[in-house]
Design a binder for this molecule. Sequence first.
Ligand code: Y43
Ligand code: MG
Length: 197
Amino acid sequence: MKQIIIATKNKGKAKEFKEFFAGYGIETKSLLDFEKEIQDIEETGSTFEENAALKAEQIRDLLSVPVLADDSGLIIDALNGRPGIFSARYAGEPKSDQANIKKVLAELKTVPEKVRTARFICVLAIAIPGEETIFRTGYCEGKIDFEVKGSNGFGYDPIFTPEGYSKTMAQLSPAEKNSISHRKQAIIQLEEWMNNQ
Ligand SMILES: O=c1nc[nH]c2c1ncn2[C@H]1C[C@H](O)[C@@H](COP(=O)(O)OP(=O)(O)OP(=O)(O)O)O1
Ligand SMILES: [Mg+2]
């Protein structure tokens, strides 16, 4: 495989996938690279897998090429797993990283450091014309900070400190984040499949 379409309009994800796949000699294009506007896909599933499949399969059917989609989010133990599949729109529409972060910090205001445990999850779906969709999952364990720190990355990175680190994801360099992230772990799971393409 020489090229794969990433069914995302998230610039942060698109950039990370470009870097991961360059390492395998595969070129990526995201939905942001198309001149003709591609409609937003409604994420109506009740699991990360369902939403990843919805995104990958709709774009595959539209373009008739191999498509990868990423459905990801933040799972916070003290919030019973929220925001979970609702991570992107946790504070409502239109989706805003800043508003989402504000909501999470407010909900965790009185929660002590020790029990602020959380994990990022990334579910990848790969949809290829005429083939069955395949899935791979990656996690990154960590804790939710009390305040916003750093400006790299995207989403909840400024409030997430990965296990074993004393900086938030947004204070790590892109290369450091990409070596430990949930997305990287999911890509590692995909490696065997990629080697057979
Ligand atoms: O590495 C990450 N660092 C920080 N935050 C992250 C990360 N990975 C996912 N997240 C957050 C962002 C968003 O609030 C949600 C994903 O939602 P999700 O629907 O999968 O993505 P999206 O709507 O931003 O773009 P799209 O659906 O077009 O791929 O989890
Ligand atoms: Mg989305």
